[in-house]
Write a protein that binds this ligand. Structure first.
Ligand SMILES: Nc1ncnc2c1ncn2[C@@H]1O[C@H](COP(=O)(O)OP(=O)(O)OP(=O)(O)O)[C@@H](O)[C@H]1O
Ligand SMILES: [Mg+2]
Length: 258
């Protein structure tokens, strides 16, 4: 059965899509069966993975107009569900009882076909992110090492707690991943303490690996290639691979414990 990972943080531009894409490509390189789902109306991941112009998208999936099997696009880069225009109005459109469970229910029939399902979410705490959190086993929070980025995680905690209380008590926060790290900016003592405090409040941890800022990331996305095919030796690609190793180690530990 697939392990479903939600990549979320309501703050914009902190590396959610980049992380979801690199995580999927890296897991595929390690021969895991993957499905990447773009739940953001902006469609950044859909653009980079060249999965636009499909008949069905995550919008049809969430509104019950298509099944997962019909919506999945199979490519050499793994399986995808693209983002659709309707997603931006979903908060208004989905207003029935059980609206939080649409994604979870839709994925049930295909969970057995994958080792990992990765969810790229929008920069908001609306119904899309709640659906993603409800469907997931783990949450990864990308964040930048700056005060505003860390303050935002507090709001995310509140949403996670509500989702745990009403929809998904088993959701595990599988770490904070520091992204877009500039190695010339040495982390101050204050900032290091604040990052650790934030992780403590969430009852989680910060990954040892920080993803360094590097031009290869933007170039790969503009070329619509995954980071590893585009620049395997780049700092960011190497960092994402060590992050994936850390994540897989953690997940193995959790399986053994539970
Ligand atoms: N390690 C990195 N090095 C250089 N640029 C990066 C890195 N990570 C992300 N970026 C760039 O930062 C921008 C924002 O990243 P990304 O789109 O992944 O963030 P996001 O959280 O998904 O944004 P949004 O909230 O808008 O969905 C993009 O232009 C991306 O190319
Ligand atoms: Mg994004």
């Amino acid at each position: 059965m697939a392990h479903i990972i939600c990549v979320a943080n309501q703050k914009g531009g902190i590396g959610k899509s980049t992380t979801a894409q690199a995580l999927t490509a890296g897991l595929l390189m390690k021969e895991h069966r993957t499905l990447l789902i773009d739940l953001d109306a902006q469609g950044n991941t859909t653009y980079t993975t060249r999965t636009n112009n499909t008949i069905y998208t995550s919008y049809e999936l969430l509104t019950g107009k298509s099944t997962a099997i019909e919506t999945i696009i199979k490519t050499e880069q793994g399986d995808f569900i693209s983002s659709g225009n309707g997603l931006s109005k979903l908060d208004l459109e989905l207003n029935t009882i059980g609206k939080e469970y649409k994604l979870k229910e839709a994925l049930e029939p295909v969970k057995k076909n994958y080792d990992f399902i990765i969810l790229d979410t929008p920069p908001a705490l609306g119904i899309l992110t709640v659906n993603a959190l409800t469907a997931s086993d783990s949450l990864i929070i990308p964040a930048q090492a700056d005060i505003y980025s860390l303050q935002g995680i507090g709001q995310l905690i509140e949403t996670v707690n509500v989702v745990r209380q009403y929809c998904n008590p088993d959701l595990i926060i599988n770490g904070i991943l520091l992204t877009r790290h500039n190695k010339r900016a040495i982390l101050s003592q204050d900032m290091t303490e604040m990052i650790e405090d934030t992780a403590d409040q969430l009852n989680t941890f910060v990954y040892k690996t920080m993803i360094r800022e590097g031009i290869a990331v933007k170039e790969a996305q503009a070329n619509r290639q995954d980071l590893f095919s585009y620049a395997l030796k780049s700092n960011a690609a190497q960092d994402y691979l060590s992050f994936i190793d850390e994540l897989l180690e953690r997940l193995k530990g959790e399986c053994n414990n539970g």
